[in-house]
Design a protein around this ligand. Structure first.
Ligand SMILES: NC(=O)C1=CN([C@@H]2O[C@H](COP(=O)(O)OP(=O)(O)OC[C@H]3O[C@@H](n4cnc5c(N)ncnc54)[C@H](O)[C@@H]3O)[C@@H](O)[C@H]2O)[C@@H](O)CC1
Ligand SMILES: Nc1ncnc2c1ncn2[C@@H]1O[C@H](COP(=O)(O)OP(=O)(O)O)[C@@H](O)[C@H]1O
Length: 450
């Protein structure tokens, strides 16, 4: 058993169907899985318990409840007082939520919801077995809007995607994992991103070795977005970063606070990595046909995505680009516009939405938000567990787009999916601070990452 996050390696994720297959095969040679699971729960409970009060174990009707029952036996053997039932005992030292796990198949009943409320109100830390009850393992949604908010979750046998995306992070608390001694024997459904080292710089390299980025955006009043993206590309290590600010007189500096940044245009920089759309407004629609047809590598964000959503010709041009040469970074509303769905439908199943959008537009899609999903045709989807609410601030998405452009400039042979996975995880790690973070400070934190 181990504390999972922050992860130092990429980890396999298994959806409900895959987890059930792995479990069924494992049971043929290891029939004591539930005993192992219950013991792991009991051990963690001993470490997490606060005070001498009883451990309240709320057990449901299936095997999740069975894990809870085994934990109750183990704790009793260890002379720990336990209370098994759906109502809270007096002053519990810990709650073990073993009501519902992988088998959740409908919205929790009113009776279950009352138990959820009692767990929240009893004052003791809540340890969820496998999944917080009510949380859907494949999507990270709370079924019917109701799920336990745990302080700790002990995932068993496999890690499920819903622990990391959608509402998952808000419901799981600190995440622990015990594989019950079983090595998964099939390909993962998705993967959880681990850190990727920054591109190495040879001793003999020069600025021409590290590529060019062209940021196109910044309509009047929104130039900060393009400048943040450009600053991020520069901080990432791109050799030269140019900015094409829409409507800025040709003799004005790209960014008075960053003299390293230069003005440039598509005509002058046909090999640059394009970072297009940050603060661009509707005017970007006129520039996109040439950008889509000429630039070998493109990161499309914000208003570029909105333009694509409203212009079918841009969608055709996007689809005509070679595979692996475009990253799209929509937040859920932008993804909803591109898919012709509402935001709720996107959020209800973020993995599926990202995959659908990737297939629809022939690009690598980064569906942003808690547990960003990265999806590309032919690649296993990835979920980013790094990052947190400090990133929920204006400009952090512009920084991501610029960082991706900076990474790609330095790794011209990498495909869009590889760049997106590396950049999204770094962005998240740099954004892991308590409280608030300004987008400019996020760039400095990214630059300081190894
Ligand atoms: N079988 C084994 O040896 C192992 C089982 N494990 C545990 O078993 C769990 C899966 O067990 P199950 O497949 O029995 O599934 P669950 O224990 O999650 O629940 C299934 C039961 O809950 C009912 N149910 C579903 N949604 C409900 C709702 N909203 N309100 C009320 N009742 C609802 C179902 O009708 C069914 O009776 C895992 O999450 C994990 O905790 C793991 O420990 C791995 C080993
Ligand atoms: N609660 C959160 N947890 C993790 N990441 C978050 C959270 N809120 C925002 N982010 C990340 O911050 C970035 C915000 O991007 P976006 O919404 O486009 O912002 P902006 O409009 O300022 O560019 C995305 O990378 C997103 O995944």
């Amino acid at each position: 058993m181990r504390l999972l996050l922050p992860t130092t390696a990429t980890l396999p994720l298994f959806d409900v169907a895959a987890s059930r297959r792995i479990e069924a095969r494992a049971l043929t040679h290891s029939p004591d899985l539930m005993a192992r699971a219950g013991l792991a729960v009991a051990k963690l409970a001993l470490a997490l318990r606060r005070g001498d009060g009883p451990v309240w174990i709320a057990c449901g009707p299936g095997n999740n409840g069975g894990d809870g029952q085994v934990a109750a036996q183990r704790l009793t053997e260890a002379a720990v007082p336990v209370h098994v039932g759906h109502d809270a005992p007096h002053r519990p030292s810990l709650v073990i939520d073993a009501l519902l796990g992988l088998g959740l198949n409908r919205a929790p009943s009113t009776e279950m919801q009352l138990s959820f409320a009692a767990m929240a109100a009893c004052g003791a830390p809540v340890l969820a077995v496998d999944l917080p009850s009510g949380l859907l393992a494949d999507t990270g949604q709370a079924a019917g809007g109701h799920a336990v908010r745990a302080d700790h979750t002990l995932a068993l046998l496999t890690l499920k995607p819903g622990l990391f995306t959608g509402e998952g992070r808000a419901h799981c608390g600190r995440l622990w994992f015990d594989d019950l001694g079983i090595a998964p024997d099939e390909a993962p459904s998705a993967e959880l991103l681990g850190p990727t080292p920054r591109p190495a710089r040879r001793a003999t390299s020069h600025k021409g070795s590290h590529g060019q980025v062209l940021v196109v955006g910044g309509a009047p009043g929104m130039q900060g977005a393009a400048r943040l993206a450009a600053r991020a590309a520069l901080a990432c290590g791109a050799g030269r970063v140019y900015v094409d600010l829409l409507d800025l007189p040709a003799d004005e500096l790209a960014d008075a606070g960053r003299p390293e940044l230069m003005r440039g245009t598509l005509g002058e920089l046909p090999q640059a990595v394009g970072v297009v759309g940050c603060g661009a407004g509707a005017a970007i629609a006129d520039q996109l046909p040439a950008l889509l047809q000429q630039l070998p590598r493109l990161v499309l964000d914000a208003d570029a995505l909105n333009a694509v959503a409203t212009h079918p010709r841009l969608q055709d041009l996007l689809r005509a680009r070679p595979a692996g040469t475009t990253v799209l970074t929509p937040h859920p509303l932008e993804a909803a516009r591109l898919l012709g769905r509402d935001t709720g439908a996107v959020q209800a199943d973020r993995l599926t939405a990202a995959r659908d959008l990737s297939a629809h537009l022939n690009g690598c899609v980064v569906l942003k938000g808690s547990g960003s999903v990265i999806a590309s045709a032919g690649a296993r989807p990835a979920i980013c567990a790094s990052g947190g609410p400090a990133l929920a601030t204006a400009g952090s998405g512009d920084v991501l787009a610029g960082w991706l452009g900076g990474l790609w400039a330095q790794q011209p042979d990498a495909d869009a999916h590889t760049i997106a996975c590396a950049g999204v995880d770094a962005h998240g790690r740099a954004g892991e601070v308590d409280g608030v973070l300004r987008a400019g400070d996020l760039i400095e934190r990214l630059a300081a990452l190894r």
